[in-house]
Design a protein around this ligand. Structure first.
Ligand code: SF4
Ligand code: SF4
Length: 331
């Protein structure tokens, strides 16, 4: 008989670093466009698979000398190469036991939810978008940090996820009980270039009666900055894009931002196509060149959690050894 234990064993043996199982009923209350029960109404279980981002993939950006490792191996490779293989292996196990497996890869949905037309009355528009942080929470794998990045006791913010939605009735894991990881230190706010992480306004949701809260992220700003960072932290930025990025930083969401964007282009596309480094990254591995290196939401948070001894994946040396670099106005 197929059990949760066998599924976990298969996932770990196939290369996952983290595995968690959640009951589909925990999605109760989700907006239709984000409710995976519309993808597979007979599904009973969601299986979360986590893959570490090696700490060394941030090293070159931390030192300011090698920016390629994080976007290629820490982003594209996990999402498009490594995790799909493990998804297939666990999917095979489910199918060999007579259960269907919807393999949900990260970044599979490129147009977002609401791109198509609903095919039946009362159905959401395709593609239904799985909110990965919430899905990982539902699988009991950790908590959502103030930064909006998912935190686990094993790696803190350093992992990516993929999921399987299945009709196999497997024993779910409980929601994460702690120890608490995020202590609202706000280091993510302090080190996010350009202030995409909001230090005061938050978003709240409830899952199985638990209140979860994270910052009201300026998504448009992060859309640009996670790829481009700001001129002071990007040695590849052409002057015209530097001007654009300053414009985005200086405008808040709303009318003024809208005007700026409609005159100069959307943050996501300008950062992706107007910076030669990012354009080459997109062309070569079909993923954004993430030159920010998640400065606030991952690096600052990881440093903080490691300093507090909260993470199970431990290192002989601390991560930040030299004062962080910052380009001056002459560059
Ligand atoms: S840096 Fe990490 S621990 Fe600190 S507030 Fe942000 S998410 Fe929480
Ligand atoms: S990716 Fe960069 S810009 Fe976006 S939230 Fe993280 S630190 Fe801020």
């Amino acid at each position: 008989m197929l059990t949760a234990e066998l599924v976990k064993q298969c996932a770990f043996q196939s290369g996952a670093d983290l595995v968690g199982l959640g009951d589909m009923s925990r999605f109760e209350g989700a907006p239709k466009n984000f409710d995976p029960r519309y993808i597979f109404p007979e599904a009973k279980t969601i299986i979360g698979l986590g893959f570490r981002i090696h700490r060394g993939l941030f090293r070159g950006i931390e030192e300011g000398t090698f920016f390629a490792a994080y976007p290629s191996m820490g982003y594209a490779n996990i999402n498009d190469v490594y995790a799909p293989v493990v998804l297939r292996e666990v999917g095979d196990l489910l199918e060999d036991n007579g259960y269907e497996a919807v393999l949900y890869q990260n970044t599979a949905v490129r147009l977002g939810s609401n791109a198509g037309k609903p095919v039946r009355p009362d159905y959401p528009s395709p593609d239904v978008f799985l909110h990965f942080r919430i899905a990982a929470y539902i699988c009991g794998m950790g908590e959502i940090g103030y930064s909006k990045v998912f935190l686990t006791p094993q790696f803190g913010p350093r992992q990516r996820f993929c999921f399987i939605i299945t009709d196999a009735p497997l024993q779910p894991d409980p929601l994460y009980e702690g120890p608490q990881l995020c202590d609202r230190c706000l280091q993510c706010v302090a080190e996010c270039p350009g202030g995409a992480i909001n230090g005061t306004n938050t978003v709240r949701i409830s899952i199985e009666g638990r209140e979860i809260e994270w910052n009201d992220l300026d998504v448009e700003k992060c859309d640009a900055l996670f790829q481009s960072s700001i001129p002071e932290y990007n040695p590849f930025m052409p002057d015209n894009v530097a001007e654009y990025i300053r414009g985005i930083i200086q405008t808040e969401p709303g009318k003024e931002r809208h005007k700026f964007v409609s005159e100069h282009g959307a943050p996501w596309t300008v950062a992706r196509y107007e910076i030669p480094y990012n354009r080459a990254a997109w062309e070569s591995y079909h993923h954004p060149g993430a030159l920010c290196g998640a400065r606030g939401c991952m690096r600052a948070c990881m440093i903080h959690l490691e300093e507090q001894g909260k993470l199970q994946n431990r290192f002989h040396n601390r991560f930040r050894i030299r004062p962080p670099w910052r380009l001056g106005p002459d560059h």
